[in-house]
Design a protein around this ligand. Structure first.
Ligand code: FE2
Length: 228
């Protein structure tokens, strides 16, 4: 809440400064372009504990395989931005997720009865381009039980690495999922508008591929500087 108050105050301050400064501001600076940050979410227990041999931005097709991972194919796109909507260029974006059956390819999920998919990569990375854009091809993850009374909704974990700050970790959710209403982590974000920033925008399937596009921008706020 304190962060929110601080953000709103800063926005008013910027607006006031703009009115006072008038033509002194460069034409490229738009005071209207101010984005709230994407809420942070925990990385969880299933971050890769090893360096996978294949960690490109295509999780759905493993190199050399002709069969893709099971499930709904997703083109996952978005941009990494700062709060003034400037693209963050060259950021390393990592994702990790369960497969279509809700199973992580991770030792901590080894006691699960959920099905492993040998054709699904589970981890991937990309690097943002000049527009701050990233892209992945992946599979819509299935839900999985986190504990006996908690079924996690489909979600994809993100970590964004920039040179001088701690990684920004968050989780992306899918719209319209019944489990979103009861998820402890999603609903741990108390403000409904902030929760909405964690939900992707889904576009209809492309006719030729059967894939859907999930769009998810990540807006980074102030981050702690690394000590080293
Ligand atoms: Fe997870």
């Amino acid at each position: 809440m304190a962060d929110r108050i601080e953000t709103l105050s800063r926005r008013r301050l910027l607006a006031g400064a703009g009115a006072a400064a008038g033509l002194l501001l460069p034409a490229s600076v738009s005071l209207a372009a101010f984005r709230e940050v994407t809420p942070r979410q925990p990385a969880g227990p299933f971050y890769a504990p090893f360096k996978p041999l294949s960690i490109d931005n295509d999780l759905a097709f493993l190199p050399g395989r002709t069969v893709r991972g099971d499930g709904q194919l997703i083109n996952l796109v978005g941009r990494v931005l700062d709060q003034t909507e400037r693209p963050i260029v060259g950021a390393r974006v990592e994702i990790w997720q369960a497969n279509a059956y809700g199973r992580y390819n991770h030792p901590r999920h080894a006691n699960s009865d959920l099905k492993l998919d040998p054709n699904f990569q589970g981890f991937g990375h990309d690097r943002t381009d000049e527009a701050g854009a990233y892209r992945f091809r992946t599979i819509k993850p299935g839900p999985y039980p986190d504990s006996p009374n908690w079924l996690r909704p489909p979600h994809i974990h993100f970590a964004v690495f920039t040179p001088k700050a701690d990684p920004w970790t968050t989780q992306m959710y899918f719209p319209g999922e019944e489990l979103n209403k009861t998820d402890l982590l999603l609903n741990g974000v108390g403000d409904a508008v902030d929760r909405a920033r964690l939900i992707a925008t889904i576009e209809p399937p492309a006719e030729d591929t059967g894939s859907v596009t999930a769009a998810f921008d990540i807006v980074l706020g102030q981050t702690r500087a690394r000590r080293t």
